[in-house]
Ligand binder design. Structure first.
Ligand SMILES: Nc1nc2c(ncn2[C@@H]2O[C@H](COP(=O)(O)OP(=O)(O)OP(=O)(O)O)[C@@H](O)[C@H]2O)c(=O)[nH]1
Ligand SMILES: [Zn+2]
Length: 216
């Protein structure tokens, strides 16, 4: 998945007034359009291959439902990137903890879900808080591995906001590990990605992990 920014320049000095840097985001191809009728046919074929009758009264609507469910789970909502000038020179951590994460593992197309803790040390700009959760959704609504998801969120914040540091931790349970296979129900996978001072400065790093509740 690739994202481009609009024609608007993101971080030019604003006129007075807020919000001052609203940048429409467009999720662009890298992925083809979702073809719902083809997905429905494929689900009906899968049911048949699994020894089930897709035309039975119970399953007649299932291909449509499954196709729509996957389409929904693979389609992030677009949003506008809203930043504000850091007029007060706020120079401590901003951290949104326990952001819900729902994604699909690319190996089994089964959900993995949990929480993300997303933080940054502001530079010249601060970010609308909701955008920390929106960017998690932007990259989670894809076929993913948790490591890539974690890095994409951190890289996006670093690129878009140019803060002094970025930290992202994701804790998630993978249904492919709990429902089937090894059946390790309740096992949590923890991943992290850090940039700038949160990576390089030991006390900033420690503070970040302390506030996330993760022992570094
Ligand atoms: N690194 C990583 N691995 C993942 C993620 N989600 C699922 N996996 C793993 O992807 C691997 C795929 O391994 P395979 O051996 O090809 O698949 P499998 O035979 O179904 O493996 P088992 O789950 O061990 O039964 C499994 O070990 C999964 O646990 C993820 O987000 N990151
Ligand atoms: Zn999996």
């Amino acid at each position: 998945m690739t994202m481009i920014r609009s024609e608007a320049e993101p971080f030019t000095d604003p006129e007075l007034g807020l919000p001052d840097a609203v940048v429409p985001l467009h999720v662009v191809a890298g992925r083809a359009e979702i073809d719902l009728p083809a997905a429905e046919r494929a689900v009906a074929d899968l049911l048949k291959a699994l020894g089930r009758d897709p035309h039975s009264v119970h399953l007649a609507d299932t291909p449509r439902r499954v196709a729509h469910a996957y389409a929904e789970m693979l389609t992030p909502r677009e949003f506008e990137l809203t930043t504000f000038p850091n007029d007060e020179g706020y120079d401590e951590l901003v951290l949104a903890r326990n952001i819900p994460v729902q994604s699909l593992c690319e190996h089994h197309m089964l959900p993995f879900q949990g929480v993300a803790h997303v933080g940054y040390l502001p530079g010249d700009r601060i970010l609308g808080l909701s955008k920390l959760a929106r960017v998690v959704e932007l990259f989670a609504r894809d076929l993913q591995v948790q490591e890539r998801l974690t890095k994409q969120v951190a890289n996006w914040l670093q690129d878009q906001l140019a803060p002094k540091g970025v930290g992202v931790v994701i804790e998630a349970e993978h249904l492919c590990m709990s429902l089937r296979g090894v059946r390790a129900a309740g096992a949590l996978t923890v991943t992290s990605s850090l940039h700038g001072m949160l990576r390089d400065n030991p006390s900033s790093r420690q503070e970040f992990f302390a506030l996330t509740g993760i022992n570094s």
